[in-house]
Design a protein around this ligand. Sequence first.
Ligand code: ATP
Ligand code: MG
Length: 328
Amino acid sequence: MTEATEIAVIPGDGIGQEVVPAAVEVLEAVGDYAFTEAEAGDATLDETGEALPAETYDLAATADATLFGAAGESAADVILPLREAVGSFVNIRPARAYPGVDALRPETDLVFLRENTEGVYAGHEDRLTDDVSTLTRVVTESASRRLGAYACEYVQERPEHDGFTVAHKANVMRETDGLFRDTVLEEAERAGVDADTVLMDAFATRVCLDPEQFDVVVCPNLAGDVLSDLAAGLVGGLGLLPSANVGAERGLFEPVHGTAPDIAGEGVANPSATILSAAMLVESLGDDDAGAQIRTAVESVLSDGPRTPDLGGEATTREVTDAVLERL
Ligand code: ATP
Ligand code: MG
């Protein structure tokens, strides 16, 4: 008897409680997976005194893959350790527009490869005096090299083979972003991959004016976080963007959005981002057919099916999920 693939499910707070169960229903429809649910986030902190109980961390560290929703105020104490639990060094954030969905820039089709272990999220923040606070930004050659090598493999596996762009701010942060940019470029040269660079502020303007000039964008941690949210605005909102935190042996899959406190509990969150994250999850397990099936169903619903209010419709999370399940 072979053991079923184990998927850890951590809905977290806010709309995580609504969109993660929707994605689990979709996964149940396409494959034979064993789900184990675990707690994390603000509600868990209130109940247990810990935002991320050891059982949850251990589950993510051992399961074949993890599906995560969002955490509220405690996000930094939940998602950063969870990314570490799966050994993730890169966060893949595809941002593309879908036919039929109103988008500021319908031609947008980007993938952000965000460094996932350091930068300003390395946690060295201090309050020195009443007046002065500081933050130490950490960039290492080893993490930059690992990300650069991954970016090369990533673009080489894509049929288009278009290379990538490194977004940085090395004109100001000469040491940290200089090291990041130069190391990623070295990996590109070693692999024979085309790579160019762009200042991250210039990128923000240029991607709004003409997103087609970019394809795969390799970013330091904070820049990847901010610029992918910006790209969400170009394609129709955060309800559409999935992400994959990739490690060497396992991954953690989550929507780019957070807990959406303004709509949480109303049953109207758009489940597409989390269902598309589930597609990335099954693909990471080698189930490319299941991934393609999920994507096709989501795309079909986005083009002419029921829509949640963020996309201008009146449908509920339940109705959109049912439509995806029907079209699988
Ligand atoms: P957090 O601190 O948890 O990130 P936030 O207030 O930044 O909370 P986000 O979840 O990042 O909220 O969402 C930003 C905006 O996008 C909110 O107005 C929210 O309602 C909307 N939004 C995010 N995700 C979705 C979704 N899946 N469906 C519909 N609207 C969404
Ligand atoms: Mg947010």
